[in-house]
Design a binder for this molecule. Structure first.
Ligand code: GLN
Length: 204
């Protein structure tokens, strides 16, 4: 298991935001992680993380560096993509009051929607990575987090706080409105690595 993890190449979009923490988290799981700063650097990667940060800034940089065609291609090939916080906003089909969104996952989101008083908070979420009747607790860190306001029919809900969806997946696209890379708990990064491992197995 360790050795096959070492064959995976995970890219972390390093235009702005919390990319270093994701690299540390992936390396902590035993896989290799690389900063992606230019579009061609996506080509040899098996999976991609779009980190938290400021979605408007990252979106402008995606445009400036002309990332879109190679990102679309990455997505269409079925390569796993994981967006956290601002990364979730960028992957969403619709973003309230904004005109960006790559549209790779059928969710609607609202930026900064948890309100001012609770700008940032830590809370146990119900994590259900295996779709069974037994959700596990995960201590999640939220920083000016977006709210998922609608979820399409083909989207699987993997994490919730009460009735709020905070983690979801549609095919090769995984999103969380919190920051798993800031926790010591690596279950979510391991889950993403498994998605990549399955993709690679299918391709070979
Ligand atoms: N508030 C940020 C945005 O709307 C997201 C915050 C984060 O990524 N921690 O882009």
């Amino acid at each position: 298991m360790e050795s096959d993890l070492k064959n995976l190449k995970i890219g972390v979009l390093a235009l702005q935001g919390a990319f270093r923490e994701h690299i540390i988290a992936i390396k902590g799981c035993g896989a290799l992680a690389y900063e992606v700063r230019l579009p061609y650097e996506l080509e040899d990667k098996d999976g991609l993380i779009i980190p938290g940060g400021e979605s408007t800034t990252i979106s402008k940089l995606i445009e400036l560096y002309e990332f879109k065609p190679r990102l679309d291609n990455f997505y269409r090939k079925g390569k796993p993509i994981f967006g956290t916080c601002a990364g979730l906003i960028l992957l969403a089909r619709r973003v309230k009051n904004e005109n960006f969104g790559l549209g790779y996952i059928d969710i609607e989101v609202e930026r900064n929607a948890y309100g001012r008083q609770i700008d940032s908070f830590e809370e146990f979420i119900d994590l259900n990575l295996n779709h069974n009747s037994d959700p596990k607790k995960f201590r999640a860190i939220f920083i000016r987090a977006p709210k998922i306001t609608k979820v399409g029919d083909n989207v699987k809900v993997l994490g919730k706080i009460g009735n709020n969806v905070v983690m979801a997946r549609e095919k090769n696209v995984l999103v969380s409105s919190f920051h798993p890379e800031l926790s010591e708990d690596r279950r979510i990064h391991q889950y993403f690595l498994n998605m990549i491992r399955e993709y690679v197995k299918k391709e070979n």
